[in-house]
Write a protein that binds this ligand. Sequence first.
Ligand SMILES: O=P(O)(O)OC[C@H]1O[C@](O)(COP(=O)(O)O)[C@@H](O)[C@@H]1O
Ligand SMILES: [Mg+2]
Ligand SMILES: [Mg+2]
Length: 329
Amino acid sequence: MSESVTLQTYLDRWAGGDAGKAAVAAAVKAIAEAGVGIADLVARGPLEEGLAKIRGVDPNAGGDAQKELDVVAEERILAALKTTPVAFLASEESEDLIPVNPAGRLVVAVDPLDGSSNIDTNVSVGTIYSILPYDPAAHASPKDAVMRPGRHQVAAGFLAYGPATILVATFGEGTHVFVQDRRTGEFLLARAHVEIPAETKEYGVNQSNVRHWDAPMKGYIEDCLAGKEGPRGKDFNMRWVGSMVADAFRIFTRGGVYLYPGDRRKGYADGRLRLIYEANPVAFLTEQAKGGATDGKTRILDIAPHHIHQRIPLVFGSKAEVEQIASYY
Ligand SMILES: O=P(O)(O)OC[C@H]1O[C@](O)(COP(=O)(O)O)[C@@H](O)[C@@H]1O
Ligand SMILES: [Mg+2]
Ligand SMILES: [Mg+2]
């Protein structure tokens, strides 16, 4: 049997004594450890009364109903990062940046709990993170460090809490899958240098919104639905979990495309996904796995953010299919 590489071993080898890389490694390790605790809470599900309840009457910073577990997940991540060289945390659940460690030289952006509408349905949910450098001498404010195009990320990843707790991570040199071994608690490297197949016959989209879409999006899905007899000349399959982490993990496993376009509903002109802590990390992971990520017109990683919680239309996955979709725009 081949040697099992733990997350710690992987991080130590990657950092190789470099202080900047060691800081990034410490942040990823802390997020993974917080994730183990969050997975435990998710798995206790209905036994942990109240975690799926909507909190108060106010939506979160991203404009969605905030559930108890969204907030607990953010608290767990913040607590775990306190001992790492992370200066500030940006989170879906908090309007402004949260100060973490004044000596830190990194900023982390998180979606503490992705797919929170699925919490009480025993379906995978997860945590998404993006890590950027922070240099007080170069950035006028920590916000400036966060508000940069996604190509400046130094690391990104997500945890999915499903039948297995998995971590999909990139440090800019490929995308790797770690799986938590429930017997020892350790994350083990299960797939190094994941490659998303360029071609696919599988798409994921919330098709109930079809009447609100624009013409390019409608046209693409119509052509998929026309199957072998249509212009694409092949039959498509549709899969939609409704937790992006779960849909993304399927794409990292067997290919496919995920689409959340902008639509005509109030507040959905730029879709539903948030650029800084959802689209950017997933785009970085996807490109590192030889896939593509676009808003339809522009590469996600080249988009300059104008707001921490801004939304962005998102299409990512199998490269040739993402290019096909872009051609409809
Ligand atoms: O319910 P909809 O509109 O289909 O949206 C589902 C999408 O929204 C999300 O739940 C957004 O993330 P949050 O749960 O973190 O707000 C994605 O995970 C998912 O793909
Ligand atoms: Mg989310
Ligand atoms: Mg969330």
